[in-house]
Design a protein around this ligand. Structure first.
Ligand code: 1HN
Length: 357
């Protein structure tokens, strides 16, 4: 959508446009592309694991953890978004690198975040003081305005994917941020987080005591899952069982609040899609965008008219309303982060099965 163009031969009309511009007004009849027939703004984009990993490692070597807000993150910057450090209009994606012995100190902010561990082990993320162990394939939540810090007392670096709703929250002009005390929180680092001890028992929820005495409680919003870690073994087991029962070429699970079945957080949906060897998913399109992280395997997606080949660690964008299907010769697991809960909550959720290419 460019600036209004003066297209008239009539001087009075030209003067009207000039006066409107001087008065910070734009004639709607001069604006193009404000209401496209369907969302069509953003194409796909792929970031390659080889590049991500190399640059994350270099950052780990060259950049101190205290530079840049205490987080060593390389942000996915979609070239279609004019230089903004955003993967889509609503979603932030990044690769974070934490060396052995490092601590990314506590802070909190209104944008909600999640992590998917890509490589390494031995890191704990403390969410409101609850020490959450992180292993490859684990999903860890840091809901809106929860204190979070990352500690790596282990002996190897860790790389994980960060997904946030920051672009959405920024456009709502509702970003709030607070630094913590700066000192690492003393953490016992038990094998299981308090959140898992209380909320991971398959349909059995704590009735009393409802909250642990130990954890520093945030104001309970009730909007996000109280379970803050989804270990890879559970996701893998669910997908294996689904595929076995259904006998289909692919299966998909959604990470949910165990108490309500709703999405993990009000602005973010997280799913894991497993494609069997030689499998191909159905083709569909959804209003709203997604970031796909290839957890394992390799394959290709047809996104609109663009073919995108991918392999483990690659990250790519599913733009709003682009028809997409995915196939894999060797089998693959794809982590999909989307803004679907937001669109559904405000009556903008749309999806369409597409058989034609
Ligand atoms: C953030 O706080 C983290 O806490 C990671 O690990 C990525 C990207 C944008 C803004 C804040 C973290 C982030 C972030």
């Amino acid at each position: 959508m460019g600036a209004p163009r003066f297209t008239s031969d009539d001087e009075q009309v030209d003067r009207l446009y000039e006066a409107a511009a001087d008065a910070d007004l734009q004639p709607l009849w001069q604006l193009r592309g404000l209401l496209p027939a369907v969302p069509d703004g953003l194409g796909t984009h792929v970031w390659r694991w080889k590049v991500l990993r190399e640059l994350a490692e270099s950052s780990g070597r060259l950049i101190g953890i205290h530079q840049g807000g205490d987080r060593r993150v390389l942000s996915l910057s979609h070239p279609g978004l004019g230089g903004l450090p955003f993967a889509t209009h609503t979603l932030w994606g990044g690769i974070q690198y934490l060396n052995p012995g490092e601590v990314a100190p506590a802070h909190r902010h209104s944008p909600a975040a999640l992590r998917l561990v890509l490589e390494g082990s031995g890191v704990w993320t403390l969410v409101n003081g609850d020490a959450i162990p992180m292993q490859p394939g684990d999903l860890v939540l840091t809901p809106s305005f929860s204190w979070h810090e990352h500690q790596n007392p282990g002996d190897e670096p860790m790389i994980w994917f960060d997904g946030l709703d920051l672009p959405l929250v920024r456009n709502l002009d509702a970003v709030f941020f607070e630094d913590g005390p700066g000192e690492p929180t003393p953490a016992g680092q038990p094998a299981l987080s308090d959140s898992e001890l209380r909320f991971a028992a398959r349909g059995i929820l704590p009735a009393w005591p409802a909250a642990p005495a130990s954890a520093v409680q945030p104001p309970a919003s009730g909007l996000h899952s109280p379970l803050l870690r989804y270990p890879w073994a559970d996701t893998d087991r669910a997908l294996t069982a689904l595929l076995e029962r259904a006998g289909t070429a692919w299966a998909e699970v959604r990470y949910a609040d165990p108490a309500t079945g709703r999405d993990i957080m009000p602005t973010l949906r997280a799913e894991m899609l497993r494609i069997r060897p030689e499998g191909r998913t159905s083709r569909r399109r959804t209003a709203g965008s997604a970031i796909v992280v290839v957890r394992s395997g390799s394959g290709a997606s047809l996104i609109g008219q663009e073919r995108c080949d991918w392999s483990a660690g690659d990250i790519f964008v599913l733009p709003s309303w682009a028809a997409a299907d995915h196939h894999s010769a060797e089998g693959a697991d794809l982590f999909i982060l989307s803004d679907a809960p937001v669109l559904e909550a405000i009556g903008l959720g749309r999806r369409q099965a597409e058989d034609v290419r």
